[in-house]
Write a protein that binds this ligand. Structure first.
Ligand SMILES: Cc1cc2nc3c(=O)[nH]c(=O)nc-3n(C[C@H](O)[C@H](O)[C@H](O)COP(=O)(O)OP(=O)(O)OC[C@H]3O[C@@H](n4cnc5c(N)ncnc54)[C@H](O)[C@@H]3O)c2cc1C
Length: 481
């Protein structure tokens, strides 16, 4: 007889494994199915290994400016790329092991293999189509194997994979996806990055820091197109100062490959075509949900453009089947996946007062140099929605701590509703803004007013003081500018 659970989760990324932990906390008998790597893309090929690479890049960038701090180094600091990559893979392996530990500690059964829903309440786990390729991340011990399993509730948390443009498909050799970019077999001298969303721009920033000649091609008018245009204009200027070449409103129309290089035909908005040749290209044109071979069509689960359609609690149109994380649509971010996982199982467990996920309050962080972080509406989006707004800004150039750090290129920008004083959005560029943005996320979540923010005491000297000053600026009360 098939082993029966309250909840079976397909996929152990940040959506799936966090949902599993919360489900067992709530007393639900839980199993998680994984075909490739505990921790999903985030821990193994996404958030974490990229941040490890970017940390190496950051230290290298600082070492190139030691003189500015009155420090002298005999000789030159340079990147040993093999060692940089080994460190990044090691960080991933450690966290991958950590998820195994969490599953054991929380008594979540791990089933190894590829899951398919056969009918509501039942899955079949078959042989994985994705062999484990990372020697550091082996199949964990004491997992359950192939077979039929039943559960009252099935949560699909199968994540996403790189999207490919027709005719410019990644080949793993000359045209990379993030997999190859995270673990390069050779260090290219030159690189074209197609797409300047968070993934593309982080790789562009990393490779530039370690000495690669990088060209970014973005089809939209601004880099990091979902971010506030004023903030990304500042980021662009600094990235260009670091030697990145950036084309916006430009499209890679076709790519020609030779033995060890690629030539991109780049169409700019004036109709001209430029040919750019580089050793390698990274295709970073977005991701698409893993909805195939899950039996979704057979059970009638509705999808839209490679994502499963859900309500604010992860429910699909089929009773007993839920979806969370990247496979349930944008923003495709780990913390959104985690939050959706928690909301979904709390609703399943029948907890009172479970709030639907509010996508407007999902922060976004890009860890390039300089960092960019935001929450809520951009100025353009607020205007598009017909909101009457007040905008406040504060430059890092007027912040004591930023100057002391030697990091005075940055901006904090806030957007309030003129009538109600509601904080609609906050946007930051500069040092450590990916850590700072959380202050505004908490404020938005608590529906804090401008008055409360202005009466909050911020520690001095900190870069966070730019946040208070930006709020004051929106109301004509700025103190230090
Ligand atoms: C290079 C890169 C950098 C990123 N950086 C950040 C960042 O800094 N911050 C951030 O918030 N987000 C970042 N992301 C996005 C983040 O990785 C994803 O949003 C997150 O991993 C989504 O989590 P998930 O649980 O939905 O799915 P995933 O993490 O993709 O996990 C899904 C899991 O399901 C498994 N699976 C799929 N199908 C089956 C099946 N049929 N049977 C069994 N198992 C299956 C997969 O093997 C996988 O382990 C980054 C992504 C990339 C690629």
């Amino acid at each position: 007889m098939a082993e029966n659970y309250d909840v079976i989760i397909i996929g152990s990324g940040p959506g799936g494994y966090v949902a599993a932990v919360r489900a067992t906390q709530l007393g639900l008998k839980t199993a998680i199915v994984e075909r490739e790597h505990l921790g999903g893309i985030c821990l193994n090929w996404g958030c974490i290994p990229t941040k490890a690479l970017l940390r190496s890049a950051e230290i290298l960038d600082h070492s190139n400016h030691l003189k500015d701090y009155g420090l002298v180094l005999e000789g030159k600091v340079s990147a040993d790329v093999k060692a940089v990559v080994a460190r990044s893979r090691g960080v991933s392996a450690r966290l991958n092991g950590g998820v195994g530990f969490l599953m054991k500690k929380n008594k979540v059964d791990v089933i190894w293999g590829e899951a398919k829903i056969t009918k509501p309440g039942e899955i079949v786990v078959g042989k994985s189509s994705k062999p484990v390729v990372e020697p550091q991340n082996p199949v964990p011990k004491n997992v359950k194997g192939e077979g039929t399993y039943t559960a009252k509730h099935i949560i699909v948390a199968t994540g996403a994979r790189p999207r490919a443009l027709p005719g410019i498909e990644p080949d793993g050799k000359l045209i990379w996806t993030y997999f190859e970019a995270l673990k390069p077999d050779v260090l290219p001298k030159s690189l074209i990055v197609m797409g300047s969303g968070a993934i593309g721009i982080e790789f562009a920033s990393f490779y530039r820091s370690i000495g690669v000649d990088v060209t970014v091609v973005e089809v939209m008018p601004t880099i990091m197109p979902v971010e506030d245009a004023e903030v990304t204009a500042i980021a662009r200027k600094q990235l260009e100062k670091r030697g990145l070449k950036i084309f916006t409103s430009a499209k890679v129309a076709k790519v020609e490959k030779s033995a060890n290089s690629v030539t991109a035909h780049v169409e700019t908005s004036d109709g001209k075509v430029q040919q750019i040749t580089a050793d390698r290209m990274i295709s970073a044109v977005g991701v698409q949900g893993n909805i195939e071979n899950l039996g979704l069509e057979a059970v009638g689960v509705k999808t839209d453009r490679s994502c499963i359609i859900i309500d604010g609690y992860g429910k699909t149109n089929v009773a007993g089947i839920y979806a969370i994380g990247d496979v349930a649509g944008p923003p495709m971010l780990a913390h959104k996946a985690e939050h959706e996982g928690v909301v979904c199982v709390e609703k399943i467990a029948g907890l009172p007062n479970v709030h639907a996920t509010d996508k407007n309050k999902v922060p976004g962080c890009t860890y390039c140099n300089p960092q960019v972080a935001s929450v809520g509406l951009t100025e353009a989006k607020a205007k598009e929605q017909g909101r009457d707004i007040r905008v406040g800004r504060f430059s890092f150039a007027a912040n004591g701590k930023a100057i002391a750090l030697g990091e005075d290129q940055g901006l904090c920008k806030v957007i309030f509703d003129k009538k109600t004083g509601e904080l609609l959005g906050a946007h930051m560029v500069g040092a450590e803004v990916t850590e700072l943005i959380q202050g505004f996320v908490v404020a938005m979540n608590l529906e804090t007013t401008e008055e409360e923010l202005m009466h909050t005491i911020f520690p001095h000297p900190t870069v966070s003081e730019t946040m208070k000053e930006a709020v004051l600026d929106a109301y004509g009360r700025v103190l230090n500018a």
